[in-house]
Design a binder for this molecule. Structure first.
Ligand SMILES: Cc1cc2nc3c(=O)[nH]c(=O)nc-3n(C[C@H](O)[C@H](O)[C@H](O)COP(=O)(O)OP(=O)(O)OC[C@H]3O[C@@H](n4cnc5c(N)ncnc54)[C@H](O)[C@@H]3O)c2cc1C
Length: 1161
């Protein structure tokens, strides 16, 4: 898929080649029409998934430290992005200024920002009318004094936003510098945030944070009229002469059609890739000279190996030559609140980031060898073996060459040019089965703390290699543990001490087996796995390659045997029988030393004939697999190679087992140890196509294959995963059970996130947060229960979840205290005092709610956003009826539950006694609290009877009903659900819920979760009802598991009489997918279930709720009352508000449970 930027170049070239007549800028109307096309459909996804969350995250800290915010937006278009921030944030915006030269946009922006009697302004708390300048933000007198053209240069802002690609601003960095001058200078200063399509080159500026969104897509209708608006908008001009303009548009249409991608599902739309970036700057953006005065710069253009990284333009590359230089870099980064990247061997895409300072460790390239007995300090850690101290800039080849000369080796990787990133993140090589990973050989390290800039020595570091002033940190054990597999996240490594092994000699045998079809490929992989690889002893390792050459699929196998006794290989031994039977005669046999081993890699020499030696670039992601010969795994592997976008792409399977599995998963940070093969999915393209469509397609192929393999994998390799959103799913599976401990350590060892661009360890905020709303009658013990449940979540989960209980009424109490003489502290903490004020508080809240109709939603969102860092949030003091149905669409990525806490009148009376009030009617904690359960017209998710004293029952309830909502199995199930963008129409991110049943183990996992999550008693259920098609799949498996008969509901006309039937409106996805009639009848056999039976309805999805409503009506027709029905679905899409619909149609009292919650449509 071409990018918008490449489309722009192509359109401009076409115009240049076609006519030399003058061009002219677009009119406001033309620009506006083009902009609207861009924003339609999938264009908005970039805002929803990238710009709004990034901006919210960026501003949350800034906004927390301010009561009021003033904002300047440059070129906002017809709406301000600030209006889409969460309520808590946007209510802080009190002053809004914009430069919007497009008159149409300026007018629409003004109208949009004004509130009317029906609608509240998107920025509801502005103190003055918005100040919209209908002129461009320009720099006058560039180079000397600058001015914006408004004549008022003294205005200062907390946030300045460039949100639409800085259209027409050149040079861009000068505009940012101008904006920086306009930031407030209070202690924390303000932020200039830039969102831009494609790469940003802002010379000399250092950003506070940057992020990218490579998967943005723009979808444009393939229609002459639409393309005639869109193409000039992208090109940035029209032709002055009318006839020339007409002619050029015809050509531009062709260019759009040639470059746009069509998807089978939407052949009438053209898709263009629209990667976006964010860069945020503070007043520290211009402090690079301060650092440059202290430390040396890299000379010339430092060539990093990785091609992606080379496309990033760092603010500068520093090349420290002394330990103190590295300390100065860290201290400078801490002082100015910016991040750093580190360059080791330069093989990852994250060693350089745009507008970030890079620390090139190349000058630290010494390798020191200490043979056994030379040094006393290492006795305890290294079993007195020889040690190797390798500095942070060493390459694999340096270490292997130098140690080999001393008859030693360190288990590293296969390529000589790879650097510290390898041993700090794992390091899988041909000695892994014998000695473990490279990180397993680490016994000590010298690290610069990114919290303080101090030099830390951890573990065994020979005394002569202790830098001056180095200390042992308090958390030495944690830091050494983290260095072994996740080291790139916790400090800048000056040197690593490895224990060394005797240098072996290797024999290598290669086989190349052409495969006639997929079936043969699967059988061969299976034989290779079961008959060859699994039988090998630890000094052998067998790697496999799946690749295409000369239009044929091939299996390549390379078998390495290591031995420290040379004699073993003097005469080649015959090929062992099972291998010969499976793979035939070997192609070659070689005996090499550790250095010679570098030249024997099959992908360098044995594959692709001539092509192997050509100049290529590659992109890799690696997952761990067990049993590659199992049909389900082999199927995906073979199919993956079949879909390769370039003939050079391949899969490399490196054998694990042996010593890899001897180490416990939590003994080192690496974590993932239980696997047979590391599958390196390798996208390859010709080097001269770097940065082109071909390269992007190969990268996307790697992610697609990794996504397909992930559900079957036993983890992912953390090496080279970074902040790219496509890495998130893999990063979640890296480090096995160690991820929570690593996340905690990241908070304590890198609290300012200096190493922000390494493999992500911190959880994204709001990722499947569990929000529990605790409701119930006053004095039933809601706050008490909330506290106990918090302790259960934090104590009982091995995952060390964070949980917090908060009261939603705090906001009202604050505002009430401000408006009256009440004492806020006593309102918050003194129960009796609160009881006295309760009636007045309720009246105050009701008054506020009358003026601000969305007040409950705002309070709810404020509480949720201010607890963005917790996994489980328990909210007390809710005042809403049916809060799950009313609020879940506001937090669609979280799971929302309501627990109603009940207690008898006597118990409540006793509890109330403590607070000295007998006035029952006043003593309410919520609008509905006086009502009893049977009077409610809806059903809470769970009910807890809190009549007993003590906390045992409260705890047991949480253990029984709540803990399974945070169980990994739900996450596992969620990961099985494939996401299909733009299906069934552009803008829809389809979740293939039914596809769970097509994945190996998916149906079993899903049915077992359906069984255990049901809060009722299966023994009392008479039937499981389901509607075709999705419901059939899961309900049948579940019914068989719980041994309950099925009730099948089908489209009318498919079941034998007598039947009952009702009308069903089409479901959400069906209505998008087809133009078929929106109305159908569904029916069931009349007597298949007897009247008054207890029925559980099972469906795949709860979206708009139309299908479930029809099913409930049908059951009602058949004599099954709603009181006897429960619903359980696999996935719910809260934004479609299905629960609300069910409630409106009179089914609010039915218990509805969902295994998974998904945001989006
Ligand atoms: C051709 C090739 C072959 C490979 N072969 C293998 C293999 O056989 N086995 C294997 O396990 N992996 C292998 N890899 C993956 C490799 O381990 C990773 O790409 C690794 O990140 C590269 O490290 P680097 O130092 O060369 O790259 P860099 O990009 O320089 O560094 C990678 C990461 O480490 C960080 N880092 C580097 N130095 C330091 C330091 N001193 N202190 C703190 N952080 C630092 C960087 O900031 C970056 O995040 C291979 C990769 C390639 C491209």
């Amino acid at each position: 898929m071409a990018t918008l930027d490449s489309l722009k170049q192509a359109l401009r070239e076409k115009a240049k080649a076609t006519a030399s007549s003058p061009k002219q800028p677009l009119s406001a109307t033309q620009y506006s029409a083009g902009f609207n096309i861009l924003m339609r459909g999938s264009g908005w996804i970039t805002y929803q998934d990238f710009i709004i969350p990034q901006l919210s995250q960026l501003l949350a800290l800034l906004f927390n430290s301010r009561i009021h915010i003033s904002a300047l937006e440059i070129g906002p278009g017809p709406k301000s992005i600030l209006g889409y921030l969460p309520g808590r944030l946007k209510r802080k915006v009190r002053k809004y200024t914009a430069f919007e030269p497009n008159g149409l946009f300026a007018t629409r922006l003004e109208e949009w920002l004004y509130s009317t009697s029906e609608t509240e302004s998107p920025l509801p708390c502005l103190e003055n009318p918005p100040n919209i300048h209908r002129i461009p933000f320009v720099l006058q007198n560039i180079g000397s004094g600058t001015s914006t053209g408004t004549g008022n240069n003294d205005e200062k802002y907390d946030i300045i936003l460039f949100c639409h690609s800085m259209y027409g601003m050149k040079p861009k960095h000068r505009f940012i510098e101008r904006a920086l001058e306009m930031l407030v200078e209070r202690p924390q200063g303000g932020i200039v945030a830039v969102f831009h399509r494609d790469a940003l080159h802002l010379d000399g500026l250092v950003c506070h944070r940057t992020a990218s969104f490579p998967t943005g897509v723009v979808s444009v209708a393939d229609d002459d009229e639409v393309l005639d608006c869109f193409a000039p908008f992208v090109a940035g001009f029209i032709m002055q002469a009318v006839d020339v303009d007409k002619a050029i548009r015809v050509k531009w249409r062709k260019v759009c059609r040639a470059l746009g991608r069509r998807e089978e599902t939407h052949p009438d739309h053209l898709l263009f890739s629209s990667p976006n970036v964010m860069a945020a700057f503070t007043q520290h953006a211009i402090t690079l000279p301060e650092l440059m005065a202290q430390v040396p710069l890299a000379k010339g253009d430092k060539i990093v190996k990785n091609r992606e990284a080379r496309l990033h333009r760092p603010a500068s590359i520093i090349r420290p030559t002394k330990v103190r230089h590295v300390q100065q870099c860290v201290r400078w980064a801490l002082k100015h609140g910016v991040g750093l990247t580190v360059v080791g061997g330069g093989h990852s895409g994250h060693c350089l980031w745009p507008n970030v300072i890079s620390v090139d460790m190349g000058a630290f390239d010494q390798v020191h060898i200490l043979t056994a007995g030379e040094e006393d300090e290492r006795k305890s850690d290294s079993n007195s073996s020889s040690l190797v101290v390798a500095e942070g800039g060493c390459k694999t080849g340096d270490i292997v060459t130098k140690t080999m000369a001393a008859g030693l080796t360190v288990p590293l990787g296969a390529r000589p040019s790879v650097g510290a990133g390898l041993w700090l993140q794992g390091g899988i090589g041909h000695l892994a089965r014998l000695h473990g990973f490279a990180c397993d050989a680490i016994v000590g390290a010298v690290v610069i703390s990114v919290d303080s800039g101090q030099v830390f020595c951890v573990g065994c570091v020979p005394s002569q290699h202790w830098p001056v002033g180095a200390v042992r940190p308090e958390n030495e054990t944690d830091l050494l543990w983290a260095m072994k597999g996740a080291g790139t996240n916790f400090g800048i490594v000056i040197s690593i001490t490895f224990k060394a092994y005797a240098a072996p000699t290797y024999s290598i045998r290669n086989w190349v087996v052409p495969l006639s079809d997929s079936l043969e490929a699967q059988l061969k992989l299976s034989d290779f796995d079961e008959l060859v690889a699994s039988k090998l002893s630890r000094n052998f390792s067998a790697d496999a390659y799946l690749y295409w050459d000369n239009d044929q699929l091939h299996l390549g196998v390379a078998m390495f045997e290591s031995s420290t006794s040379r004699q073993t290989f003097e005469t080649p031994t015959p090929t062992p029988t099972p291998i010969g039977t499976v793979l035939g005669l070997e192609d070659n046999f070689k005996v090499v030393d550790s250095v010679g081993l570098f030249d024997t890699e099959m992908y360098m020499s044995g594959m692709y004939g001539e092509n192997g030696g050509g100049k290529t670039s590659s992109f890799k992601r690696c997952l761990f697999l067990k049993r590659i010969g199992a049909v389900n795994v082999a199927d995906i592997l073979v199919a993956a190679v079949g879909t390769r976008p370039s003939p050079l792409c391949y899969l490399h399977l490196l054998q694990g087992g042996g010593a890899v599995g001897d180490v416990a998963a939590d003994a080192t940070a690496f974590g993932c140890r239980d696997w047979d093969f590391a599958c390196v999915v390798t996208g390859v393209w010709p080097r001269d196509q770097d940065g082109t469509e071909a390269a992007r397609t190969a990268v996307q192929w790697v992610y697609n294959v990794a996504g397909d393999l992930l559900p079957l994998s036993s983890g992912a390799y953390g090496a080279d995963l970074g902040p790219d959103p496509r890495d998130a799913a893999l990063a979640a599976e890296a480090f096995g059970p160690n991820r929570p401990r690593l996340a905690r350590l990241k908070h304590s060892l890198d609290p300012h996130n200096v190493l922000a661009y390494a493999c992500p360890l911190l959880k994204a905020p709001m990722e499947q947060k569990l929000i529990i709303l605790i409701t119930g009658e006053s004095c039933a013990g809601k706050d008490y229960c909330a506290d106990v449940w918090v302790s259960v979540f934090t104590r009982c989960t091995r995952k060390s979840l964070t949980a917090r209980a908060v009261s939603i009424s705090e906001a009202t109490k604050r505002e009430y205290a401000a408006a009256t003489d009440a004492d806020l502290n006593r309102l918050l903490w003194d129960r009796a005092y609160k009881e006295q004020h309760r009636p007045a508080l309720t009246t105050f809240f009701q008054g506020q709610a009358r003026q601000r109709s969305r007040l409950p939603e705002e309070h709810f969102l404020n509480v949720v956003y201010s607890a963005a860092d917790v996994d489980v949030l328990l909210i007390t003091g809710m005042r809403d009826e049916a809060p799950v149905a009313a609020l879940s669409h506001l937090v669609p990525d979280s799971r929302l539950l309501e627990i109603r806490v009940k207690a008898s009148e006597e118990t409540r009376q006793v509890r109330r006694g403590c607070y000295g009030s007998n006035n029952n009617s006043d003593n309410k904690d919520s609008n509905n609290s006086g009502s009893n359960l049977t009077a409610l017209d809806y059903r809470p998710s769970l009910i807890f009877d809190n009549d007993t004293t003590g906390n045992e029952a409260v705890k047991r309830f949480a253990e029984h009903y709540l803990l399974h909502f945070v169980h990994e199995d739900l996450q596992r199930l969620a990961h099985i659900v494939r996401q299909v963008p733009n299906f069934p129409c552009p803008g829809i991110d389809f979740r293939h819920v039914l596809g769970i049943s097509q994945q190996p183990g998916g149906l079993a996992l899903c049915t077992s979760l359906l069984q255990t999550h049901f809060t009722g008693d299966w023994a009392k259920v008479d039937a499981v009802a389901c509607c075709e098609a999705g419901g059939f799949v899961y309900a049948s498996a579940l019914a068989s598991r719980v041994n309950v008969p099925l009730v099948l509901i089908r489209e009318a006309g498919k079941l034998p009489p007598p039947t009952v039937s009702v009308i069903k409106l089409s479901s959400h996805i069906s209505s998008l997918a087809s133009n078929n009639s929106k109305e159908k009848r569904i029916e069931m056999e009349r007597d298949v279930v007897s009247r008054g039976s207890s029925v559980v309805v099972v469906d795949d999805v709860l979206s708009t709720g139309e299908t479930l409503c029809a099913v409930l009506q049908l059951l009602d027709e058949a004599g099954i009352s709603a009181e006897d029905v429960s619903i359980i679905v696999v996935a719910e899409f809260p934004v479609q508000r299905g629960r609300d619909l069910l409630r409106q149609r009179g089914f609010g009292r039915i218990n509805i449970q969902s295994l998974l919650m998904f945001g989006g449509a």
